[in-house]
Ligand binder design. Structure first.
Ligand code: PEP
Ligand code: MG
Length: 574
């Protein structure tokens, strides 16, 4: 078969060469065909249940190896639920009343889940999802469908999917995922961000016919740097890409070795280069790549990986482990940023027309103060002896910020009352990621200790372009003059009030933006860990004077394309 070339949006650097695993979440339809005899249907149920047990045992083993016993326990619990006498009794009763096995399993598990969900005890309510999950598993087996869940990948593969939710991406095993390609998504959709953090090559926005062109087991080459995907490459093409792959790896190694030092510009001004991370292993990656701190610890993945919110103790332990890995370097912990494209299963999410404009981030935290307080308690306790800061996402109003800070004060009083050790003087800042906040920085500075610009959302809200929508990805322009003006204004207003202004949006790690941001006077550049060596190298070659000249020149253009062209032109000379 001749090789076929395709192109999408390059979302995360790196080349992957390997076989495809197509991730197609299975749609399950309960058949309404007549049932066999009672014995036949019971036997079908029992066979499917045994099969489910084997699947769960395999999953338990795989997750235990990858993430540890604690994360694997959920599959042990699911195995136990398979033998639950009440559930089994109900299924038998329904089969006896004339339903086929699929109908009986579906009805019994949905009813039991409904009952659990209605209980006021949170633990029971959370178990409702587990019951639904095992119901779906048995149903799928009864229907003779394969397990296409991402956790079913058993050998190193390139994952191809229509789209990946953040929790899908979080469940990818980096050791078994060579890279991924999606039909949907944009440069700053969360799956793309996570890919960069994990160092997985990724291409997004390939177009809706992706899964018609690619099938399970196909051999392909992908280049996350250019967005190229080559199906069934001929041997010369594959060899060419292998060569580029090893050249890039050795270049990175040289830069990485040089990245251990603190960053100073060519005229000796100190700027910080930090990392954006979402979990412990990326903290280690950040250290290896020369991070001088963590400019953004995304905590939401902790909230998305389970059917219930993480306990205070679990969070405390994880935050502490991360602070310890960073050994004294500053860590900015962003409070829960769920909603938008990251809805957890245990909160009652309304069907929203525009989830990114809806119930998300700080809005949820202020409506669910107990959830919020648990996190603040864990952060303040873990911060003892460390250089920790708290940051609220999605702030768009002064009152919102005041209320959130008030909750931090209440939590401190509670911790005093409980005689628990915690850090009193943790600075509290905000993300500037709504145009409302960017315009209001001078006022917000009365209550915020620091600012960090979130260009991923700031771009989507300024340009009115959904950051994950491939159809309009051409209009998503973080280097648009409007976005640049808001960034400049934020830095100037923050500085005029004596506040530190960093940036943790993806723009901070892009070489085509770094000179401009330096010219605006940005204090900190926080990016995916693997972008750090090159960013440090670039920053150390530019003087502030030169950066200012570049920033002014960039601001004189009327379109993002002109700015990008100008930057591409001058970058080689820097
Ligand atoms: C941002 O919006 O720029 C940001 C860093 O936050 P997130 O990408 O998690 O929304
Ligand atoms: Mg954001």
């Amino acid at each position: 078969m001749p090789q076929k070339n395709f192109r999408g949006i390059p979302a995360s650097d790196g080349i992957a060469i390997g076989y495809v695993f197509c991730y197609i979440p299975t749609k399950l339809t309960v058949p309404d065909c007549p049932a066999g005899t009672i014995d036949e249907e019971i036997a079908r149920f029992e066979t499917a249940r045994n099969h489910a047990r084997v699947e769960l045992q395999n999953l338990y083993g795989a997750i235990e190896k990858r993430a540890g016993k604690e994360d694997a326990l959920i599959f042990e619990a699911h195995q136990e639920m398979l033998s639950d006498p009440a559930l089994e009794g109900k299924i038998r009763e329904l089969v006896t009343s004339g339903l086929n096995a699929e109908q009986a399993v579906f009805k019994a598990t949905e009813e039991l889940a409904g009952l659990l969900a209605s209980m006021s005890d949170e633990l029971f309510a959370a178990r409702a999802l587990d019951v639904k999950d095992i119901g779906r598993r048995i149903l799928r087996i009864l229907l003779g469908l394969p397990d296409t869940a991402l956790s079913a990948i058993t050998q190193p593969s390139i994952v191809v999917a229509d789209d990946l939710t953040p929790s899908d991406t979080a469940s990818l095993d980096p050791a078994l995922t060579l890279g991924f390609i999606t039909a949907q998504g944009g440069l700053t959709s969360h799956s793309a961000i996570l890919a960069r953090t994990l160092g997985l090559p990724a291409i997004v926005g390939m177009g809706s016919d992706l899964l018609q062109n690619v099938s399970d087991g196909v051999f392909l080459v992908m280049d996350g740097n250019t967005g190229e995907m080559i199906l069934e490459p001929n041997p010369e093409t594959a060899a060419h890409y292998k060569k580029i792959q090893s050249q890039r790896e050795s270049n990175l190694l040289v830069l990485k070795n040089a990245a251990e030092k603190e960053t100073v510009t060519a005229n000796g001004r100190r700027v910080e280069v930090a990392a954006n991370i979402g979990e412990l292993s990326s903290a280690r990656t950040a250290m290896e790549h020369g991070a001088e701190g963590i400019g953004l610890l995304r905590t939401e993945f902790l909230y998305l990986e389970d059917t219930q919110p993480p306990s205070e103790e679990k969070q405390y332990r994880i935050y502490r482990e991360i602070f310890e890995v960073m050994s004294g370097r500053p860590v900015i912990v962003r409070t829960l940023d769920i909603g938008g494209d990251k809805p957890p299963s245990y909160l009652p999410f309304p069907d929203e027309m525009n989830p990114f404009l809806g119930w998300r981030a700080i809005r949820i935290c202020l409506d669910e103060p107990e959830l919020f307080k648990t996190q603040i308690r864990a952060i303040l306790r873990a911060a003892v002896g460390h250089h920790t800061r708290i940051m609220f996402p999605m702030i768009s109003d002064l009152d919102e910020l005041r209320r959130a800070r008030e909750i931090v004060e209440t939590v401190k009083r509670d911790l005093h009352r409980d005689s628990l050790e915690f850090s009193e003087d943790v600075p509290v800042g905000i993300m500037v990621e709504t145009p409302a906040a960017a315009i209001l920085v001078d006022i917000l500075a009365e209550v915020a200790d620091f600012f960090s610009i979130g260009t991923n959302d700031l771009t989507q809200y300024t340009m009115a372009v959904d950051r994950g929508n491939a159809k309009v990805s051409g209009l998503y322009q973080p280097l648009h003059p409007s976005v640049l003006r808001l960034i400049k204004q934020t830095i100037e207003a923050g500085h005029s009030k004596g506040k530190w202004v960093g940036m943790c949006g993806e723009l901070a790690g892009m070489t085509k933006a770094i000179p401009i941001l330096l010219g605006f006077g940005l204090d900190e550049f926080s990016m995916n860990p693997r972008a750090i060596p090159e960013a440090k190298h670039l920053l150390s070659r530019i003087t502030d004077e030169k950066a200012l000249e570049i920033a002014n020149q960039a601001l004189s253009f009327g379109t993002a394309t002109e700015i990008e062209n100008y930057m591409q032109e001058i970058l080689p000379s820097l």
